[in-house]
Write a protein that binds this ligand. Structure first.
Ligand code: OOB
Length: 523
């Protein structure tokens, strides 16, 4: 089975409670175009698109993709940067009922090749060149029937040619309970896991998020992080802003010198950042001549925002600071805009939904005493019940009663707020970018000079964590050579270890596995 459905009794409950409204993305955009027609939905890449324009463009592209042979249920790897066409492509696929697979801009041939093969994608959609990288060269090595280029197509097909298509007659389209897209997991396993989100569950999560953040037609959201990531997509992100009839401004990257002028010129009211960026913004805000006074909410999430960092950032911006602790698998927690500082500075918020179930347990899955730290397990109206095509992994990543094992260590305050205390999963959180140690280790082990490899996090003042690879070599090799090797294999840049350490042996646990705890203590 590709997808683990919500059990019928839960689905019925979520519908009865009004969380799942029986909406699809395609229908939502149709309604938005009717309600907000000429309002600006998207700004970016030198363009401004109204809701009506986005709706029409999505129809035209859906027609072109259908004529090309893209069918309901087909997977399409979408590898686009922050630009309006990212959403045009999303809604075109949503209307067909084809599933975007959301790759991150930093992904390279290793990741993209895997997504194409694993999902048996019918197409790869990418820019021509972006940020100095030629996606057409990457495409040359892919086993995928169609390569569609948003830009100069080279030897491939230009999206512009598909856009010229006349609209198709209305088709039934997907059901609200159907999977809408596949999102990426931060991962802790050898290959990335894919997260199937339904129209029902995802639309609920961003509508409720928009409400928590008080979004309205006058809201202007700045999408500074990569649009394909769950945080800027839905927490409340661009989709949540759309649901409220607001405007989203797409920044090519989150740097202050790019975003501050946009905040000023577009009168941005809300944005979301990862902790290192928030610190960078706080430094830059002290010396900027740009007017940032329109900002009402600054969200920070994706990695632990320490109290010290939160105080620094909160002291600089004259707006509400909001912590966001979420995961692409589902559960998202927010501090609320009217929470007092002791909550926004020291907790990672509380769940979106009254029906988000939280369990904090010990290593044997027994509940820990109230307020004590333990493993966070969760189940609810927008948390998946299983990864895509991953029956074996699902057996360990979910409890038998359907709780997702987040891999995070948390405690719950008496007021029901979560505080992230650490992590049990074998993952590195490099300033919000997630790296599965096993994935990088596998690539390192493919080098002939590497006998053994173990990748761990080392603390870092700026990023929170960086990566160090501990290597046992069987022939002479340097860190620089291994770095070049990983790049040649097409691994995303953020996964390439920051440091290499060479040793005769790796420390072992009692059962003979590599002891990462001991490795982390090595300097
Ligand atoms: C977000 O989603 P993912 O899927 O990239 O990563 C999820 C993991 C969490 O399990 C946790 O380990 C970590 O990222 N995390 C945080 C955090 N927010 C995420 N750890 C500590 N404090 C936080 N505030 O990162 C994501 C998805 C939606 C909204 C926001 C973030």
């Amino acid at each position: 089975m590709d997808v683990v459905p919500y059990p019928p009794e839960f689905a019925a409950r979520y519908r009865a409670a009004g969380y799942w409204r029986g909406e699809t993305f395609g229908g939502m955009l149709r309604d938005l175009a009717a309600a907000h027609g000429e309002r600006t939905a998207l700004v970016g890449d030198g363009e401004r698109w109204s809701y009506r324009r986005l709706d029409e463009r999505a129809d035209r592209l859906a027609a072109g993709l259908t004529r090309l042979g893209v069918r309901p249920g087909d997977r399409v790897v979408v590898h686009l940067p922050n630009r309006p066409s990212f959403y045009e492509v999303c809604f075109a696929l949503f209307r067909i009922g084809a599933l975007p697979v959301f790759a991150l801009p930093a992904h390279r041939a290793a990741e993209i090749g895997y997504f194409c093969e694993f999902t048996e994608a019918v197409a790869y959609i990418a820019p021509g060149t972006h940020a100095g990288f030629d996606h057409r060269e990457l495409a040359a090595g892919l086993k995928v029937p169609n390569v569609l280029v948003d830009g100069d197509p080279g030897p491939y097909l230009a999206l512009d040619e598909l856009r010229a298509a006349d609209p198709l007659p209305p088709a039934p389209g997907p059901e609200p309970a159907d999977v809408a897209f596949l999102q990426l997991s931060g991962g802790s396993t050898g290959v990335p896991k894919l997260i199937p989100r339904t129209h029902d569950d995802y639309i609920y999560s961003f509508r409720a998020s928009a409400e928590i953040c008080g979004l309205s037609e006058r809201s202007v959201y700045l999408c500074a992080l990569p649009a394909a990531h769950n945080f800027p997509m839905s927490s409340p992100g661009v989709f949540g802003t759309m649901a409220a009839g607001g405007t989203s401004v797409l920044a090519p990257n989150p740097a202050p010198d790019v975003c501050f002028p946009l905040i000023e010129s577009e009168r941005v009211t809300i944005t979301g950042l990862v902790p290192p960026m928030a610190l960078l913004w706080a430094d830059a805000a002290g010396r900027t001549r740009h007017d940032l006074s329109s900002l009402e909410i600054l969200q920070v999430g994706g990695a632990k925002f320490t109290e010290e960092a939160a105080r620094r950032v909160g002291g600089v911006f004259d707006c509400v600071l909001q912590q966001v602790f979420g995961m692409a698998e589902g559960l998202v927690n927010y501090t609320r805009p009217d929470d007092p500082p002791e909550i926004t500075l020291t907790t990672q918020g509380r769940p979106i939904s009254p029906d988000d179930e939280i369990r904090v347990v010990d290593d044997q899955d027994a509940p820990v005493p109230d307020g004590e730290p333990g493993h966070l397990l969760t189940r609810g109206p927008y948390t998946i019940r299983g990864y895509y095509r991953a029956a074996e992994h699902n057996a360990v990543a979910f409890t038998t009663d359907g709780f997702y094992r987040t891999g995070d260590i948390v405690r719950v305050t008496p007021a029901g707020y979560l505080v992230v205390e650490g992590r049990a999963k074998d993952q590195i959180n490099r300033g919000g970018e997630k790296i599965a140690a096993a994935e990088v280790e596998n690539h390192l082990l493919a080098h002939p000079a590497v006998h053994d490899a173990s990748v761990v996090a080392v603390p870092d003042d700026y990023l929170g964590e960086r990566t160090r690879a501990h290597i046992v070599a069987r022939a002479a090799v340097t860190g620089a050579e291994l770095r070049a090797f990983l790049r040649e294999r097409g691994l995303a840049g953020y996964k390439i270890p920051d440091q290499f350490a060479f040793a005769e042996t790796l420390p072992a646990t009692a059962v003979g596995k590599v002891s990462k705890r001991h490795l982390r203590e090595r300097t």
